[in-house]
Design a protein around this ligand. Structure first.
Ligand code: PAF
Length: 287
């Protein structure tokens, strides 16, 4: 695996890996912020099935963290991550510095409206601008044939697809932006780099989140009204030791519009805090 940290080296490495016209190899990108877990490695394995070569980016993107968020505490473990990627047969690791990504005088922002409204867009102002901006840069820097993202960050995936469609991105084309189902721990908790912040007690309580979501989904499918069902879900989380619930909402899977009942294409989205850690999850409601 080749590791590059400067843009000219990335361009050269990508050109060499792709090969010449007539013998051109396809490249899949898995963008990450590092602290790699099995969820990320599943994205890498899926990418390897879809393309000749896999590239991974590791960049803790300051523009997607709010002023009171965990940018400084976010786990950084490049050597460990690198060994995991090497073992998966990844061809290229792009690990730019902050100044390589945002040189002095950097002034451009991409803001995607609509799908970024509500949910994490309300709770984390500017977050999706930061995500859209860095992902657009990663795409332009590497020009992969395809890119893969985890469905755990469903709204993020919707924002990235809309950005790619609206800006007529060529590589990857919007149809080559793939979502991969969430990878879960044995108790159902969605894998996340932030799970590492949880104490053993908090980790045990966190397992209530996917269970409470499954129960709420079952009730909505049985025809119970969404509002009281979601209020009961919130109470269940607070009773299990969550400090607060940022949102528990039913939304359209594509437009992310708020719903008060299943519309045949709905998902349940929850963000809740346990100790200082914010966990998010989403699951399909429509059968
Ligand atoms: O999902 C993430 O890890 C990040 O938001 C991403 C897509 C790598 C952009 O920084």
């Amino acid at each position: 695996m080749q590791t590059v940290t400067a843009l000219p080296d990335l361009r050269q490495a990508v050109d060499e890996l792709r090969g010449t016209e007539g013998n051109r190899r396809t490249l899949a990108l898995v963008p990450t912020m590092g602290a790699l877990h099995d969820g990320h490695l599943t994205l890498v394995r899926e990418a390897a099935k879809m393309a000749d070569m896999v590239a991974v980016s590791i960049f803790v993107n300051p523009r997607q963290f709010g002023p009171n968020e965990d940018l400084d505490a976010y786990p950084r473990q490049l050597a460990e991550d690198s060994a995991k990627l090497e073992a998966e047969g990844v061809a290229l690791l792009w690990a730019p510095t902050v100044s390589a990504m945002y040189p002095d005088g950097y002034a451009t922002n991409i803001s995607v409206s609509g799908v970024s409204a509500g949910l994490c867009g309300s709770d984390r102002p500017g977050h999706f601008d930061g995500v859209a901006t860095v992902v657009c840069k990663l795409f332009n820097q590497m020009r992969p044939d395809m890119a893969l993202f985890g469905e755990k960050d469903w709204q993020q995936l919707a924002v990235i697809r809309r950005m790619a469609r609206d800006l007529d991105l060529v590589l990857p084309h919007v149809d080559a932006i793939h979502g991969v189902p969430t990878v879960r721990e044995p108790d159902g908790l969605a894998m996340s780099s932030r799970n590492a912040y949880l104490s053993p007690d908090q980790r045990e309580a966190a397992g209530t989140l996917p269970r409470a979501m499954d129960e709420a989904i079952a009730r909505i499918r049985e025809g119970q009204e969404a509002a009281p069902t979601l209020a009961a879900l919130e109470d269940q989380l607070l009773g299990a030791g969550f400090a607060s619930v940022d949102y528990a909402e039913l939304r359209d899977a594509d437009s992310i519009a708020l719903l008060d009942a299943d519309n045949g294409n709905s998902r349940l989205f929850v963000a809740a805090r346990i100790g200082g850690t914010r966990l998010i999850d989403n699951k399909p409601v429509s059968g």
